[in-house]
Design a protein around this ligand. Structure first.
Ligand SMILES: [Zn+2]
Length: 78
């Protein structure tokens, strides 16, 4: 199980996948270098290294569901 602290919500708008806020630098509405096709392959078990374009922080996406990216880094504070 991937802990909730390691999850982050994403949004899909047309062909763009974005987050309302970057978990690292708090930039708003960051479009991720990620495609819908890649979301599907992640769900099928492929891991994906994601580099945020705003601050170049990186994490590995281990899984996704329809709302959240499930990652290898803690993104939420308690
Ligand atoms: Zn950032």
């Amino acid at each position: 199980m991937i802990p909730f602290e390691n999850t982050w919500p994403y949004e899909v708008l047309m062909n763009d996948i974005y987050v309302r806020e970057c978990p690292f630098c708090s930039t708003e509405n960051v479009i991720l270098p990620l495609t819908k096709k890649e979301l599907v392959s992640i769900r099928e078990g492929k891991k994906k290294l994601l580099v945020f374009p705003c601050c170049h922080q990186h994490l590995k996406i281990l899984d996704t569901d329809s709302d959240y990216l499930l990652t290898d880094r803690r993104l939420r504070r308690r």
